[in-house]
Design a protein around this ligand. Structure first.
Ligand SMILES: Cc1ncc(COP(=O)(O)O)c(C=O)c1O
Length: 364
């Protein structure tokens, strides 16, 4: 992937802006990556995948492009700030927001979400899996409730895209947002928003698209309607390569591997007396994220020691989701989060567990 990005940097034409060879090549890179996204997520029309710079941009576009003054939105208490902050901003513009509390394991009850939906509810915005506890939310039941009420469902798949199977033909959500640099294994600076046909999203940004240049009006066809300005064609070329790898490997296989590693982790951590693991016990309800605390130890200190003494890199703190930590009772210090990926080995898990045992023993 890095080689592809380097090669693309060396010949970066502006896609769709010109008829010369480099521009056409860049446009092809975008087209190929878009087609692969559609294949990976079981969508018929790749043009409904709009490239963004990250998941935050995609979520902002979805939330601010759908909601209008007087609308009501439903969300949960385990959302990332990239959902909560745009929703709070929309409150200032006359939108009302209901936050449905999740349980202590970070899982939300679909019935509680359904009960929060009102006549004026236009958007239900839910994280597919919590980036703090890993809890996979009941997206299917939530979609059913949203559909019944005529509301749109936005699914934040930042923690599941590429690592938990998700097919838009099976789970036809209205809006799906994800970064390219997490489970999709692409470079930073890439991401996407999928918009189901017929979902009326107003663009956040208007400008040059390379299409309909004779008009001073934004094109209404996809992806141009929501894709203005020069894209990160170099990063997207790299994303295309990682998507090809995922398509070859299969997300089911990635999920199986990550589940095995998660089970080893949860079991191993459970055997260390003074370590508390958060999130659902059932590994089938958990994405590849584990939050934990060593009793009586600051999570930042645990993270620092894991890196300095054992070379293990984790993220400590609030994970840009303070409400998640309020929900599970770990605010304001947060937790330590460990997240195995498709290239993590059993040996690395064993090394991490040995390191954690030592750190935890030093506290007893
Ligand atoms: C659940 C969730 N949503 C959104 C985001 C934002 O992603 P990005 O950093 O690509 O904007 C993250 C990133 O950590 C996340 O975990």
């Amino acid at each position: 992937m890095a080689e592809t990005v380097a090669r693309a940097l060396g010949r970066a034409g502006n896609p769709g802006r010109s008829g010369h060879a480099l521009s056409i090549r860049s446009a092809r890179d975008l087209f190929v990556a878009r087609e692969r996204l559609a294949e990976l997520f079981g969508a018929r029309d790749s043009s409904r995948f709009v490239f963004t710079g990250n998941a935050t941009e995609a979520l902002n576009q979805a939330i601010k492009g759908i909601l209008r003054p007087g609308d009501h939105a439903v969300t949960t208490s385990v959302e990332h700030n990239s959902v909560m902050r745009p929703l709070r901003r929309m409150e200032e513009a006359g939108v009302t927001v209901t936050v449905v509390p999740a349980g202590p394991d970070g899982a939300v009850d679909a019935k509680a979400v359904a009960a929060a939906i009102r006549r004026r509810t236009r958007l239900v915005a839910v994280v597919h899996a919590s980036n703090v506890t890993g809890a996979i939310q009941p997206a299917r039941q939530i979609l059913r409730a949203a559909r019944k009420a005529g509301a749109y469902l936005l699914l934040d798949a930042a923690q599941t895209a590429g690592s938990v199977p998700l097919s838009l033909s099976d789970l036809p959500v209205d809006l799906l947002a994800a970064p390219g640099h997490k489970g999709l294994l692409g470079p930073q600076g890439t991401g996407f928003l999928y918009v189901r046909e017929g979902v009326p999203v107003v663009p956040l940004i208007e400008g040059g698209t390379g299409s309909r240049s004779e008009s001073d009006r934004q094109p209404d066809f996809f992806p141009d309607a929501l894709e203005s300005g020069t894209p990160n064609s170099v990063g997207i070329a790299g994303l295309g390569v990682s998507l090809a790898w995922l398509l070859r490997k299969g997300i089911g296989a990635v999920r199986r591997k990550e589940r095995e590693l998660l089970e080893e982790l949860v079991e191993g951590m459970g055997r260390i007396g003074n370590v508390t693991v958060y999130g659902p016990r059932d590994p089938s309800r958990r994405a590849s994220v584990i939050s934990f605390l060593v009793d009586g130890m600051d999570p930042a200190e645990v993270g620092r020691r894991l890196e300095k003494e054992f070379g293990v890199l984790v993220r400590s703190g609030l994970h840009c989701s303070p409400d998640s930590h309020r929900t599970i009772g770990t605010f304001p210090e947060g937790t330590v989060r460990v997240s195995p990926g498709p290239f993590t080995t059993g040996k690395e898990i064993a090394r991490f567990l040995a390191a954690l045992r030592k750190i935890a023993a030093s506290r007893r």
